[in-house]
Write a new protein. Structure first.
Length: 508
């Protein structure tokens, strides 16, 4: 009898690990670290444009180089965490993230800021896979894990709210670099709390960390995303085609190598699971469709509608509030109804809200914008939380880091492609605005540059130029929102079929 009951007691103790919720608070801080950094950049973009005077292309690179690098390294870093310990790589990455944030804050040229953002991507690649993998190993009860994933997602959404508000306050009182320094206190608390509360976990038989696979993954992802960005901005050229071929070849070599290795960096058999593949694809396309709005909304609020930074940060709050509320309820909703109903319904809601934003103008009242952002937040909160739970539930604990990295790679790749493609739509339309005589060429590089150029122009000419520039920027935002809406609605339909019969685990 004792031998029969002992495994049950061990399993129950494992499922109800003491201190697991306090440990979760450290993981929440890591998510906040990344989310705050991502959101304050958009808010600071007009000030960066004014101070560093980047070209339109450099401005896009400042926005997406972080995503490029992090997308190229996530799988490698997730797998490294499985091998050397997820707690260890999380704490080392958090420390590096804080230190490199200082480099971002004091960048004095566009090139220096782009390089600092790239280094931040290296550090950021260690954080998100480790947080989700540790949740998989901390919470063995499926319902508790769903709640933990919901809290994790809610923290990311809360970060998107805290970032603009705190960043807006800092921008009104200090220089733009101060928005990066808010990472430092979060990093310090994370390292102190995480060092004491997080348990170490790793794959007990991981095999070697294959550097050839790391290089193939990094080269393939960066080259492919760069090619897409360049093709969207400048059209298809010989160099762009060669870069795309290089990226595709490297990724093909990566996949082939993983299939032949006894202990691969990423087990490609995971993609045979329809739920896993469907959830990853839904995340990628969802973020792609939303990225144009996320990156350019702060510029619209400040440079088109004339809001102060702090006011612009508050204006974006409904999206975060909706995402937090939906994230906490998502697991229960998916069990009561179905995974595909919650995910598809959430994505369709985001698509409809993005379609509504195609009516924005310089004089659009806040109730319309606020309501649309609230719907975006609710839909995204339901979808992202459930897909993250599906991905974690589809893999063994030993592979949690690599699987989490796939999920985050989809997210970052979607962000990079979204900024590249939808951002190029906005900038392409903007650059074509009809300017009055005497308008500097730099005014066509970005809306921030146009606002800066207007200060040195005669008042009537400046007013005419700004009106044309703002109208053109808003029209570009219309097209990007419409394209995003089409992507979201198509993704909602695909998720309905791909996630058929998919269910979240239930407690025994």
């Amino acid at each position: 009898m004792t031998s029969t009951l002992q495994p049950a007691r061990v399993a129950e103790a494992e499922e109800r690990r003491p201190g697991r919720w306090l440990a979760l608070s450290a993981l929440v801080l890591a998510v906040l670290l990344v989310a705050v950094d991502a959101t304050v950049l958009g808010l600071a973009t007009p000030y960066i444009s004014e101070d560093l005077n980047p070209s339109g292309t450099q401005l896009l690179w400042i926005g997406d180089v972080y995503s490029f690098v992090i997308a190229g390294l996530l799988v490698s870093m997730g797998s490294l965490g499985d091998r050397i310990g997820r707690k260890r790589i999380l704490l080392v990455g958090a420390t590096a993230f804080g230190a490199i944030s200082v480099l971002n804050a004091y960048a004095s040229t566009p090139g220096m800021l782009i390089a600092a953002r790239a280094l931040l991507g290296v550090a950021g690649a260690t954080l998100m896979p480790a947080t989700l993998a540790l949740i998989r190993n901390l919470f063995h009860d499926p319902r508790e894990r769903s709640l933990a994933v919901g809290i994790w997602g809610a923290a990311a959404s809360a970060g998107t709210a805290v970032g603009p508000i705190v960043g807006g306050f800092l921008l009104e009182h200090f220089w733009w670099g101060s928005v990066f320094l808010i990472n430092l206190p979060v990093m310090v608390v994370l390292v102190l709390v995480g060092g004491r509360t997080l348990p170490e976990s790793r794959n007990p038989a991981p095999g070697p960390w294959d550097l050839t696979s790391v290089v193939l993954s990094l080269v393939g992802m960066i080259a492919l995303v760069y090619a897409v960005k360049e093709a969207a901005t400048h059209g298809l050229t010989g160099v762009t085609a060669a870069t795309a071929l290089l990226g595709a070849t490297a990724l093909y070599g990566f996949v082939r190598r993983q299939l032949t290795m006894p202990k691969p960096l990423l087990d490609m058999r995971l993609f045979r699971n329809r739920g896993f593949s469907g959830a990853v694809l839904a995340d990628l396309l969802t973020v792609l469709g939303m990225s144009g709005l996320v990156f350019f909304l702060s510029q619209y609020l400040q440079l088109v509608q004339g809001r102060h930074p702090f006011e612009a940060g508050l204006a974006e709050l409904p999206a975060a509030v909706g995402a937090v509320a939906a994230g906490l309820a998502a697991g229960r909703a998916a069990r009561r109804y179905s995974v595909r109903a919650v995910v598809s319904g959430g994505l369709a809601a985001v698509g409809v809200a993005l379609a509504a934003l195609t009516t924005l103008s310089r004089s659009t009242g806040y109730p319309i914008l606020g309501a649309a952002l609230l719907v975006v937040g609710i839909g995204a909160g339901f979808s992202f939380t459930v897909t993250a739970d599906v991905i974690l539930s589809s893999v063994p604990k030993d592979q949690a880091g690599a699987a989490s990295a796939v999920s985050e790679t989809a997210y970052e790749l979607g962000a990079a492609l979204g900024i590249a493609l939808l951002g190029s739509i906005v900038m392409g339309v903007y650059r074509g605005f009809t300017a009055p005589p005497g308008t500097p060429v730099t005014a066509h590089e970005s809306l921030g540059a146009a606002v800066e150029a207007s200060t040195a122009m005669p008042s009537p000419t400046a007013a005419s130029m700004l009106t044309a520039a703002r109208d053109s920027f808003t029209h570009g935002l219309h097209l990007a929102s419409g394209a995003g809406a089409a992507v979201l609605l198509a993704t909602a339909a695909a998720a309905w079929f791909l996630l058929r019969n998919q269910r979240l685990e239930s407690a025994p």
